[in-house]
Write a protein that binds this ligand. Structure first.
Ligand SMILES: Nc1ncnc2c1ncn2[C@@H]1O[C@H](COP(=O)(O)OP(=O)(O)OP(=O)(O)O)[C@@H](O)[C@H]1O
Ligand SMILES: [Mg+2]
Length: 608
């Protein structure tokens, strides 16, 4: 029940619905007991066993309410039978029963009606919060997590938690109250018989809790497996081209089926366990009733201490306990399943972002002098990717980073934009450590073009708009022109409203790159971080992309991770990287004159 405490803050905004639910359930429990009790006078009328009361009873305070109610009813029945005959009295009793059942069901519905808002509200809020977490957790969190698993948590697990919330409310309010009222009524009818019933309750409870054991672990298995097969599905959808191109359908099919088989196996065990709950408790209940029949029957037949009507009413009440007892055992299983799901939900909710803004982080709205990387070291896992690396980029200058693949170029972009934090050293903007600036304002100063173009399944307009949410169509077109993208966009049937497909798959590689450049251009930030795509483009699109980059870098401070000689030559400083360190640094001409690594790279025309 630990998780309940943690999730309770989601319930608080909806607590008025919870209260209304509890109130309705109190009435529900009351009327369902009264409905059963009302069977007694009905049977008494039927068999002419009603105690005759000829004088209208008087109300003598709450203490005597029971006998007052009994006597009033008996007086009504006696006088009606005398005046109109027993049939009319029976009709009255039937109306009484129907009325009570109607009230019981109305309150049952109302209770469910109110609780719906609580359940779905909690579902909505938890989902929103997980999504918000997903957006704010650092990139590093996702290197290890499978995306499908996160999808499973935000869809299935949250729904599971929602179900268990209802179960909990039933568990703590509705069913116990129903049982309580029924037991009170049972005690009033026959104390002796009720004590007898009580012997059976602990025995049943023990058997039922046995079944519920290990249900949490079983349910955790099921939920984990759901995450696994959703991840496989997600990867498959993303990699369909490779899967088909390499005839790997069978391999992926096997992987998926392995997972669904395990899921089949785990959920069979779980469901069969859960399904055991209500038959067991029903059978245990009916066994109790059978014992009651034997014991109570002898009270009616032999001792004559109980009337027939009272005994039947009593049996109805005892049966009345069965349903909630069944519901409780079922609900307690749901709670256990919800427990496992809640663990998975809470795991995301409680993950602290290591790159959260400091409480006194300042907002930086302009860029005035320089970006400086001071003796930083950084590792993703165990090996240092950057070692004691320093670099200064003055305002208005461009620096090109070149070097072999894996030398740490993209890592620099990751650190300057603070997707990761440095392990040692510092990065400053205008002398201010980027850890002391809000991430929002830091990233507001920067335009980012990633190595692989990241586009969304939406229109060209909306993809570019990410750069500046309130841009006009004219501004968008202007940005597209600068990025050399307008020439293909204008020929599209719907222009900037054209949908570009999943991750922009309806576009060519070069077109995608130019769109992501347009996005950065529209943002118009003082600093550009550009991770040039390594994918080879044909000379025509290469030139178009090249022009786009040059247009974008004009009058701007930029850090370009470059693979093309043409981009590099234009830079004010070229930094040649080798295994996370600076091998050489200078202008194109200086480095050629030096006749070192750079010269070799140029000669090979290879910057990878
Ligand atoms: N998320 C990550 N987790 C662990 N290691 C990583 C991660 N990203 C990169 N690396 C490692 O860090 C090193 C530097 O990677 P980086 O992406 O900076 O190279 P790069 O210079 O940009 O190469 P390329 O020219 O191929 O893009 C590589 O050895 C890589 O294996
Ligand atoms: Mg890279």
């Amino acid at each position: 029940m630990e998780y309940l405490k943690k999730l309770s803050r989601f319930v608080i905004p909806y607590k008025r619905f919870g209260i209304l639910n509890i109130i309705c359930n109190i009435f529900y429990a009351l009327f369902s007991t009264l409905a059963m009790v009302s069977l007694m006078p009905m049977i008494n009328v039927l068999f002419g066993e009603t105690e005759k009361v000829f004088v209208k009873p008087e109300y003598q305070g709450f203490k005597h309410i029971k006998s007052y109610a009994e006597n009033s009813l008996n007086y009504l029945i006696t006088s009606t039978t005398d005046t109109y005959g027993p049939q009319r009295a029976l009709l009255y009793m039937i109306f009484l029963i129907i009325g009570l059942f109607l009230l019981k069901n109305i309150f049952n519905y109302l209770a469910l009606y109110f609780i719906t808002f609580l359940r779905n509200g909690v579902l909505k809020d938890i989902r929103n919060e997980i999504y918000d977490r997903v957006l704010h957790l650092p990139i590093s969190y996702y290197s290890e997590k499978k995306k499908g698993d996160i999808i499973a948590r935000i869809s299935n697990d949250v729904a599971e938690v929602k179900n268990s919330l209802l179960a909990i409310l039933e568990l703590i309010v509705k069913e116990p109250l129903t049982i309580l009222f029924a037991i009170i009524a049972m005690f009033t009818i026959s104390f002796k018989l009720t004590i007898f019933v009580f012997i059976f309750i602990p025995i049943s409870g023990l058997i039922i809790s046995r079944i519920g054991k290990s249900l949490k672990r079983k349910s955790a298995n099921v939920q984990r497996e759901q995450g696994i097969f959703l991840s496989t599905l997600e990867e498959t959808l993303g990699g369909l081209k490779v899967i088909k191109g390499y005839n790997a359908e069978k391999r992926f099919n096997d992987k998926f089926q392995d997972s669904t088989n395990r899921f089949y196996h785990f959920s069979n065990i779980l469901l069969n366990r859960q399904n055991l709950a209500s038959p067991t408790s029903e059978f245990l209940g009916i066994a109790t009733i059978a014992a009651l029949l034997w014991y109570g029957g002898s009270m009616v037949l032999i001792d004559k201490t109980l009337s027939g009507g009272a005994f039947i009413g009593y049996m109805a009440l005892a049966y009345q306990i069965l349903t909630p007892a069944k519901a409780i055992s079922k609900a307690s299983y749901l709670v256990k399943a919800g427990n496992a799901a809640a663990d998975r939900v809470l795991e995301i909710l409680e993950t602290k972002s290591p790159i959260a803004d400091l409480p006194n982080a300042s907002i930086k709205s302009s860029f005035d002098s320089d970006i400086s990387i001071n003796n930083i070291s950084f590792k993703y896992e165990d090996d240092l990717v950057l070692k004691d690396f320093s670099l200064k980029v003055a305002k208005g200058k461009s620096v090109a980073l070149v070097g072999q693949s894996g030398s740490g170029k993209s890592t620099i972009a990751n650190l300057v934009t603070r997707f990761y934090d440095v392990n040692a050293g510092s990065i400053t903007v205008d002398g201010q450590n980027i850890k002391d600036i809000t991430k929002n304002s830091l990233r507001g100063l920067m335009g980012l073009v990633t190595q692989d173009s990241i586009l969304f399944n939406d229109s060209i307009k909306n993809n570019v708009l990410l750069g500046k949410q309130d841009a006009t169509d004219e501004e968008i077109i202007e940005a597209l022109k600068i990025a050399n993208a307008w020439e293909f966009v204008k020929n599209l049937p719907n222009g900037i409203e054209t949908n570009i497909g999943d991750s922009g798959n309806k576009l060519s590689g070069g077109q995608k790159q130019r769109l992501s450049i347009a996005r950065a251009v529209l943002k118009n930030p003082p600093i550009m971080i550009l991770d040039e795509a390594t994918s080879a483009l044909d000379t025509e699109s290469e030139r178009l992309v090249q022009d786009a980059l040059e247009n974008m870098m004009k009058n701007r401070t930029s850090i370009v991770i470059a693979h093309r000689l043409s981009t590099i030559q234009n830079a004010d400083t070229i930094v040649v990287m080798h295994k996370g360190e600076i091998a050489e640094q200078g202008t194109h001409n200086e480095l050629i004159a030096k006749n070192g690594t750079y010269k070799k790279l140029v000669d090979m025309q290879s910057f990878e």
